[in-house]
Write a protein that binds this ligand. Structure first.
Ligand code: PMP
Ligand code: GLU
Length: 397
């Protein structure tokens, strides 16, 4: 409709959400779809977190919250940073948001001016480029390949920097590739940034706890750049709370105040009940999170083994998050029942319609020729999904 704003007409919808919807529609029609599209833990929220939410309702936490979040939640987040990340963030440097996605949107809206450039390593999470677009900025994509475990080389960042560069957007552990940056690599990136004092870093650490390589490293822990880093995180993945919509960011007070001003006009803050639940999540012990991570690690090994068996599928071994990102380009140009598979979109449609397995085309992550498979589902369903995929791919000509 032409009357809609140019802004919204330029915006693309989220392909992860679109694929999830397609899969739900088919399920509603009675089709046994194995949905490996959307990325969310398949575990229920821990019982003590649910209890805290029930108590918050009974205690009448039904009024508007402070825009930047309840103090007890900001204190719990501050403690989490101190204990888990050795980072010192006082509560005035913390903002509670409606999910990590909203924290990213806030930060980009508050930092990006018309024409500013945001450097984004690809493959990247679907929403980054669209959020940058909404903020009026331009994404500058730097590419990484499967042979490098999808990690960019620091020199690529320097090559991409111009006088308009405002932000470097990092995501580790990464969605969609599962790659994890080491402290050494983050040091190298920071070294470059010390030569460009006007560039900020947005560090998306939502998969912090799903890391199979050991300790999580945050670029905010590097003193030389600390002041310029906006850490984005949340409870969605670590505590199986995707639907509760609580995220947060930590940054300088100037950035937090700016985001609070924006949030005061946009949302009046995040749900009171969910905030109280998040206090319980962040204040409890992490044994539930640890058990989920163990399950994801087992499944990572399972899907890696299953995908490796499929002739033509090229894979790297993810080090975190819960996604596999295979190169399926060997199948492009082939046909199924006379219908040619031209790209990763066609490939995902083929999987959905003929194997009843939902995955997301790599193009949505800036990586055509790949697909993203979420392995946040049971071992049995994963085994069944790969058996279906293998059987179907054998029929391609
Ligand atoms: N960043 C990345 C890399 C993600 O995969 C997601 C999806 N959950 C988000 C941010 C947004 O998380 P939330 O559900 O907290 O909005
Ligand atoms: N982060 C999840 C994913 O990548 C959730 C979907 C979304 O928020 O886009 O699948």
């Amino acid at each position: 409709m032409e009357q809609l704003s140019a802004r919204i007409r330029r915006l693309s919808g989220s392909q992860t959400i679109a694929m999830n919807q397609k899969s739900r529609d088919l399920q509603e029609k009675g089709v046994d779809v194995i949905n490996l599209s959307v990325g969310e833990p398949d575990f229920p929220t821990p019982p003590h977190v649910k209890e805290a939410a029930k108590k918050a309702i009974d205690d009448n936490f039904s009024f508007y919250p402070p825009v930047a979040g309840f103090t007890d939640l900001k204190q719990a987040i501050s403690r989490k940073f101190a204990v888990e990340n050795n980072l010192e963030y006082s509560t005035d440097k913390i903002l509670v948001t409606n999910g990590a996605k909203h924290a990213l949107a806030n930060a980009l809206m508050c930092l990006v001016d018309e024409g500013d450039e945001v450097i984004i390593p690809a493959p990247y999470w679907v929403s980054y480029v669209e959020l940058v677009k909404l903020a009026g900025g331009a994404s500058v994509i730097i590419k990484s390949g499967i042979e490098d475990n999808f990690k960019i080389k620091p020199a690529q960042i320097e090559e991409a920097i111009t006088s308009r560069t405002k932000i470097l957007l990092l995501c580790s552990p990464n969605n969609p590739t599962g790659s994890v940056y080491t402290r050494g690599e983050l040091n190298e990136i920071s070294e470059i940034l010390t030569r460009y004092p006007n560039i900020f870093v947005i560090s998306d650490e939502i998969y912090e706890h799903i890391n199979f390589t050991g300790k999580h490293e945050s670029i905010a822990g590097i003193e030389e750049v600390h002041e310029r880093v906006v850490v984005v995180n949340g409870v969605s993945k670590a505590y199986a709370m995707t639907g509760w919509r609580i995220g947060y960011l930590a940054a300088s007070t100037e950035i937090v105040n700016a985001c609070t001003k924006l949030q005061g006009q946009f949302t009046s803050g995040a749900s009171t009940i969910a905030q109280k639940a998040a206090v319980a999540a962040l204040s409890g012990d992490n044994s539930y999170t640890y058990r989920m991570k163990e399950a994801f690690l087992r499944r990572r090994d399972l899907v890696y083994k299953l995908a490796k068996k499929i002739e033509g599928m090229k894979i790297s071994r993810p080090q975190g998050a819960f996604y596999l990102f295979p190169d399926i380009s060997a199948f492009l140009g082939l046909s199924f029942e006379g219908k040619k598979i031209n790209d990763d979109n066609d490939f995902c449609l083929l999987l959905l319609e003929n194997a009843h397995v939902a995955a997301v085309p790599g193009e949505a992550f800036g990586a055509p020729g790949f697909i993203r498979v979420s392995y946040a589902t049971s071992d049995t369903r994963l085994t069944e999904a790969f058996a279906r995929i293998e059987k179907l791919l054998k029929k391609l000509q």
